[in-house]
Structure formats: structure tokens, C-alpha cells
Ligand binder design. Structure first.
Ligand SMILES: [Zn+2]
Length: 314
């Protein structure tokens, strides 16, 4: 199945190449000259001088690049359009199951276990400190921007620690009012980990609960999904506190957090709630397990989406 899709992409890439060559004789001519040069090198034909050869190749490649730009064809037009550049859609990377395949397996189990497409762009390098005031003070005494820098560094340090040794990585309890970039940072953590071939289970807490509850009510029960949430190498639980708090949700939350703390499996929990709120709304035991497993970090500021709307960006 995977292989058939790959083959189709390779064929499509080949066809694209042929079409472009047919429509652009000038490009075809450059290609032919390049092919001839490469043949010369391989065959070491008489008169081959490597320095001259390199000059000619560079010149032709520059011509090709300029031509493609002029007619508006992307330089990689002949490359297959892989869903995953890491494994080129083989599902294997460096002899192990690729992140994309692990992610597919997770998504086949949890409806909610994927980063919505609008979150795909959210990486550490795109996290903007401009969203946080350089003058307004937080209750901690620093400015909102200084605090955002500290939180960003804590997130990056978490990723580095997981890559070094997941069992000794302290988790994060990321708090702050809504619209301050918590989901952005969760998403950036996921992307960073995925680049190192670690697939976290990223899920909004209310989705986790509704997926589990749906399977709980069927004959199969929710044991499978519970096991995945307990044992995922990294769990990113986004937006705790936005769901309807039920006894079921509280008991599953405790189970997952308690299990992961005992097994030293790293997690990031984001929430609009403070730890005191968690204690009040959920359970003292949940708040204390979170505190044992996670370093609390808080963002302060003004709703980013509201700021963007004001500037006409949102
Ligand atoms: Zn892949």
C-alpha cells in the first residue's frame, strides 16, 4: 500500500520531468549538455580535465537555475513530492520506524491525536517575542517578554533533555491565560521532537477524554487507549481544564499522570488553570503528581489573537 503510493509519486515525478522538457526545449538542451558532461566524467573520455569540467557544469547549472526561475518552475520540479522528506514515504528511517509511520499508528487509534494543520507551522523559530510586552511587569517582577524568553528556554531545554535521556527529563506544566501561545509552544515541542524521530502523543485533553469515553462505552473498553496515553514516549496534553469535568475524566487523568510519574515518562501539560485551580477543580492528588513530575512555567501577556486582530493580521 505504502509502496504503491511511493511508486505512483516516482512515476508522477518522472512524468512531470518529461512534460517540462517537452515544453521547454531550451531546458532540454541544457540537460543534454549536462548529461553529456556527466558521461564524460564517468567514462573519463580522452581530453577530460577535471577543473574545466567543473567550470562547465557550474555554468550549465547556473543557466538551468536562471531559466527555471525565469519561467517560474520550482527547482525541485523533478523531485517526487514526498509526504515525509525524512523517510521519503518508506516508513523507515535509519533502520527504525519513521516518525510519520508512528504518527499514523497513533492517529489510527485516537481521532484527536494529530496536530491540526494550522499548527504545523508552529515551530520554535517562528515563536515571536514581539507578542510580549517589554515593559509590562509580571507578578514575578520581570517583564512579560523576559518571562516569555524564560518559558521558551524551558521548552527547548525540555526537548534537549528528552533527546538526552527521556527518563531523566522533568516535564512542564505550562500555564497562563488563553491566547498567550501555550498551544504554539506545545506544537513547537512536538515538531522539535519529531525531527529527532521521537513521536509524542499530542492531544487536547477534552479530545482524549471523548475518544476514551467513546471506546469505554463500547464492548472493547478504553484499556487500549489508556495504555497508549500512559506509555507514549512523550505525552503533550494540551488545554487541560477546557473540558467538562466529570468523575470519569478525573479518574483517567489521575491514572495517566500517576502512571507516567511513576515510570518517569516525560509529559507536558498546558492549561489555563493554575496548580491551585487544578487542586480545587480536579483533585489534590492530581495537582501533587503534576508538581512532582513537571516544572511549572507561566506565560503572561495580552491575548495574541486579539493583538493580531487589532493589527489586522488575524
Ligand atoms: Zn517518514
Amino acid at each position: 500500500m505504502l509502496e504503491a503510493k511511493r511508486q505512483a509519486k516516482l512515476v508522477a515525478a518522472r512524468r512531470r520531468y518529461e512534460q517540462v522538457m517537452e515544453q521547454h526545449p531550451k531546458l532540454w538542451e541544457i540537460e543534454q549538455q549536462l548529461v553529456a558532461l556527466y558521461r564524460q566524467k564517468v567514462m573519463r573520455e580522452p581530453g577530460f580535465v577535471s577543473q574545466r569540467w567543473e567550470q562547465q557544469v557550474r555554468k550549465l547549472e547556473a543557466q538551468r537555475q536562471a531559466y527555471l526561475r525565469q519561467v517560474g518552475i520550482p527547482e525541485d520540479f523533478a523531485e517526487p513530492q514526498w509526504d515525509c522528506d525524512l523517510c521519503q514515504d518508506t516508513g523507515l528511517y535509519e533502520g527504525k520506524m519513521c516518525t510519520c509511520e508512528q504518527q499514523r499508528i497513533l492517529e489510527s487509534r485516537f481521532r484527536g491525536a494529530h496536530l491540526p494543520s494550522r499548527l504545523q507551522e508552529q515551530t520554535f523559530s517562528r515563536f515571536s517575542l514581539d507578542w510580549y510586552s517589554p515593559v509590562k511587569k509580571t507578578p514575578l517582577g520581570n517583564t512579560e517578554r523576559e518571562q516569555a524568553v524564560a518559558v521558551l528556554h524551558a521548552c527547548q531545554a525540555f526537548v534537549a533533555a528528552v533527546m538526552e535521556d527521556p527518563r531523566s527529563a522533568t516535564g512542564l506544566f505550562l500555564t497562563g491565560q488563553s491566547g498567550l501561545g501555550k498551544t504554539f509552544l506545545c506544537s513547537a515541542i512536538c515538531h522539535s521532537l519529531a525531527e529527532s524521530n521521537i513521536v509524542p502523543l499530542y492531544i487536547v485533553f477534552s479530545d482524549l477524554i471523548s475518544d476514551m469515553r467513546a471506546s469505554f462505552q463500547q464492548d472493547s473498553g478504553d484499556a487500549d487507549l489508556l495504555a497508549i496515553a500512559r506509555q507514549a514516549p512523550v505525552l503533550i496534553l494540551d488545554d487541560l481544564g477546557a473540558e467538562h469535568v466529570t468523575e470519569y475524566a478525573v479518574s483517567r487523568l489521575f491514572d495517566i499522570i500517576n502512571y507516567r510519574r511513576n515510570e518517569r515518562l516525560p509529559m507536558v501539560i498546558s492549561s489555563n488553570l493554575s496548580l491551585a485551580d487544578v487542586e480545587r477543580i480536579y483533585d489534590t492528588r492530581i495537582a501533587s503528581r503534576i508538581l512532582e513530575a513537571c516544572q511549572p512555567v507561566t506565560l503572561y501577556g495580552t491575548d495574541i489573537r486579539a493583538q493580531q486582530r487589532k493589527l489586522g493580521l488575524g
